[in-house]
Design a binder for this molecule. Structure first.
Ligand code: HEM
Length: 398
């Protein structure tokens, strides 16, 4: 696959920044961002990220998802809406204490909006060159949906304010309400009026990335049935078909783990990190990067570089296995979540979700690509994330 168009993406992100920077975890900067990131990370951990306490919630959501797949009785269907809803329910329950039924129309329209937002804002578009167009009829529909999403999240924060009890901290919104007051300036802390903005980032980043990673896993496995079979066999041998998977199982499922790592390398949903800037004048391999210069990291290139990966365009889970096949090994260039102080805040959550959702699904189903559909396009569609685009799949009961 050719590397996506960097300059078009870059200009889109610049315009996006001017709309959405204040209170943002992804685009924010300086002291305010540092404080916001620290508080959010602590809250994510307190509400189960990386811990077994969240395992039950994810397994329960995986059961709902499996039930919705079962309803399709092995016939071809588009798995995107239910996978997106299931994944979103996990971050929603940590962020604001709710899960939503897969047929809830209000939530469905928010999820459709997130999908559109994540795909439209990075395709070459005229708004990227002339940001003022955002408020003209050309962008009326996207702007209207953005406003609806903001007003939904503001409503959730207001409801939390009205029912706040400092002895019962229910979720991430409550953590922010406890830590911040109405007066603090955005430079230092997060004013209460901007809590919705950080929640928007968790909601959007926590929904779109992981659901696309799971969709990629399902699609890619239909094209590599021998990999799917081997992963299922490993799961059958260790866990069987009845017991729900648990996090410690991952250590004893090296082939499953290696397959999920290879999926994230082969089709990384975060191809590009959001635009960053050099904080000081920097020399790098003979280039001078002046303070303030926007820096754009192409993770796709790192994850596909022949310098780091043998046959990078091939899908080979074994590349992540030790010589005896008993454990996974993580090469230095495997960085689907970025690196350094801006590394993905949800990495542990995403890894938990990917493992638990996929193991639950592979216990119950074999994924097949419908014979009557044209061959899938494994290049994907590039927006803010790299998604597999629209496809149908058969989930055949095992
Ligand atoms: C497979 C799933 C995911 C992938 C591949 C992914 C990837 C990334 C990448 C590459 C970055 C940019 C890192 C950098 O700037 O160097 C990032 C940032 C971020 N991610 Fe994720 N992510 C995933 C899931 C999640 C989840 C579940 C959440 C929600 C908790 C999340 C929230 C964020 C946030 C808030 C940032 C901005 C962090 C900051 O700038 O301080 N991500 N992610």
């Amino acid at each position: 696959m050719a590397s996506p168009n960097v300059s078009a993406l870059f200009f889109d992100y610049i315009s996006l920044q001017s709309f959405l920077i204040f209170g943002s975890l992804v685009f924010g900067n300086g002291k305010g961002w540092k404080y916001h990131r620290r508080t959010t990370l602590r809250a994510l951990r307190n509400f189960g990220m990386g811990k077994r306490s969240l395992e039950n919630k994810i397994n329960e959501e995986a059961r709902y998802l499996a039930r919705s797949f079962e309803d399709e009785s092995g016939r071809p269907f588009n798995p995107q809406p239910s996978v997106q809803n299931a994944v979103s329910n996990v971050i929603c329950s940590i962020s604001f204490g709710n899960r939503y039924e897969y047929d809830d129309p209000e939530f469905r329209s928010l999820l459709d909006y997130i999908k559109m937002f994540m795909s439209k804002l990075a395709v070459p578009s005229i708004v990227s060159k002339i940001p003022k167009l955002w408020v003209t009829p050309f962008y009326k529909s996207l702007k209207k949906q953005t406003d609806e999403c903001i007003s939904f999240l503001r409503g959730v924060v207001e409801h939390h304010k009205a029912t706040f009890d400092s002895n019962d901290i229910r979720d991430i919104i409550d953590v922010h309400l406890q830590d911040n007051d109405d007066e603090c300036g955005a430079e230092e802390k997060l004013p209460r009026s901007l809590i919705w903005r950080g929640i928007f980032d968790l909601f959007a980043a926590g929904t779109d990335t992981t659901s696309n990673a799971i969709l990629w896993a399902m699609l890619v496995l239909t094209q590599y049935p021998h990999v799917q079979e081997k992963a299922q066999q490993e799961i059958d041998d260790l866990i069987g078909r009845e017991r729900p998977p648990s996090l410690p199982d991952r250590l004893h499922l090296p082939y499953v783990d290696a397959t999920l790592m290879e999926i994230q390398r082969f089709r990384p949903v975060g191809c590009f990190v959001p635009p960053r800037a050099a904080s000081v004048d920097t020399e790098l391999r003979g280039y001078t990067i002046l303070k303030g210069t926007p820096v754009w990291v192409n993770l796709y290139a790192v994850l596909h570089s022949p310098k780091h990966w043998k046959d990078p365009e091939e899908f080979i889970p074994e590349r992540f296995l030790s010589a005896d096949g008993k454990r996974t090994e993580t090469p230095e260039a495997f960085i689907p979540f970025g690196l350094g102080s801006r590394i993905c805040i949800g990495e542990q959550l995403a890894r938990m979700e990917l493992f638990l959702f996929m193991t639950n699904l592979l216990q119950r189903f074999t994924f097949e690509f419908p014979k009557e559909d044209p061959k899938p396009n494994l290049a994907g569609e590039l927006g803010i994330t790299l998604s597999p685009g629209r496809f149908r799949i058969c989930a055949v009961n095992r």
